[in-house]
Design a protein around this ligand. Sequence first.
Ligand code: FES
Ligand code: FES
Length: 191
Amino acid sequence: MHDMNVRMRINGESVTLDVPPNEVLLDTLRTRLGLTGTKDVCRTGDCCACTVLLDGRAVNSCLMFTAEANGSDILTIEGLTQNEKLHPLQEAFVEEDATHCGYCTPGMIMSAYALLQENPNPTRKDVEEALAGNLCRCGTYYSAVNAVLKASQKLKQNLRSSSLAFRKSEQVDSCSLSFQLHHSWRSIPVD
Ligand code: FES
Ligand code: FES
């Protein structure tokens, strides 16, 4: 079998690889690219520990050939952290003690991330349904759902703070504009 040339964007970076046609995305991420946050458990689509986002959709990376991801945008758990700051979902999982051995946690967080992208105001039932496929041997389900609900609040709060900051900067701009207009008006020579 000849290797196939595959181009993807992974966590915002362009990646070009030659991979065997039967290599699954999970192995490409973990073994070739060292992105071991995506977990390898059942390899049969039953546990969702290997969940990543493919063009915004949560998928089981153990069930997908890497070649099928050609041209796609992939987000893994490593891509959620920005400038070494945890994503609000990651923070909430820590705060709600929703991670025990932690093996299922990246998959849960990626499923939750996909949910919040689609529905920023989920009910408890929405969250339970979104995480229904993510198996956890340590039984963190209740805390994990709490964490996702908490993260949705945090994200809304962040959005409110940034739109407030934006409005303030607009006010500063309009103040400086009126100041400039005032001065340009005064500088017009009066004959
Ligand atoms: S490792 Fe992919 S679903 Fe379990
Ligand atoms: S925290 Fe251990 S499997 Fe979920």
